[in-house]
Design a protein. Sequence first.
Length: 367
Amino acid sequence: MSSFLSKKKDGKSFDDALSTAPESTQKNKRYAIKLFDSFVDGNYLGRTTSDVIEELRQLKTQDIQIYEDALYGMLQDWIVWNEKNGLGNFTIRVAFSNIRKYLFHLGVKTNEQDIKEYLRFGKRTRENRHPLSQMEYRRIIDGLSRHPIVQALFLGLGSSGMRIGEALSLKKKDLDLTGQRIIVNIPANTKTRTGRVTYLSLETEKILRPHLENIGPDDYVFATNDSKDNSSSVRTMLARLVDKLELVDRYQSNNIRKITTHSFRAYFFTKAARMHGENYAHKITGHGGYLMQYDRMTEDEKLEMYLQLEPELTVYEQTKNELELSRLRDKVEQIDELKQEVQKLRETQAKSDKKIIETLKNQIILD
């Protein structure tokens, strides 16, 4: 029995609800639906997804066991169909997760336990993650020379450990430009739940600073004010660039590129973990790592830890050499200052000793 309060749920209503989701989420879900529509069209004599949903609804009213057999049998056929079409296990699992949500919207619910019992996916294979090399990083940055803001974005990802979404959400007012390095105040979001602080390297600042001088406090740093969620266009630009640079390797298990926007965050994490340990790397990248001594540090001490790490994050050897030379000069200055302090103490002590001796002499004479 229908009700005037009931809202029609179909492909259009799902698409309408999806329109408010991040661009990457929309893309993944629509890709999964496209796969499912193609499967239905090719395997059920030109029928549509709507026809399949209606058939399942009819079966459910007649016999629940026949309904479940038909539903999970169809889903298993869809998994096999994807495998035969060359999709990797990871891609199929992600698409399946999105199809479950789509079917749920259309009134077809799947049970977690039934999925484990009835469905078989290909074996999960683990491949070693490809570590972005300094040479690859440098070639990518050089390839972006005509796009300084995007160039600064990728330098920023690798020197701060930010997620691509976090970087694109940054506004100028989230940056502290008054210190030795640009301090990035990353607001809390649904993923991290707590805000955190990280830094941008001098290498990044050199490119970014002119842009920052021409935007207002509420302007986005790396994105346009029309749409901060342009991660898809950034990923597309990177994909085209790595193709042009012939950095085209993909993982065999899922056909995903080895170099993605996440590679730069991973680059930072690896360098940070080697320098200061994994707890520090987790903490500064927002993984929720717990490092009590870091929390108790002053802002100057936290900055000092970053400055120690910074040379390892640089893309160009010249910059690395300049940073290391600068730190050596700072140490020499500190040593000189210490020498001066020691000399002052010696002089003060000598004056004090002289006074004591004079006092003792006077007492002897009086005695």
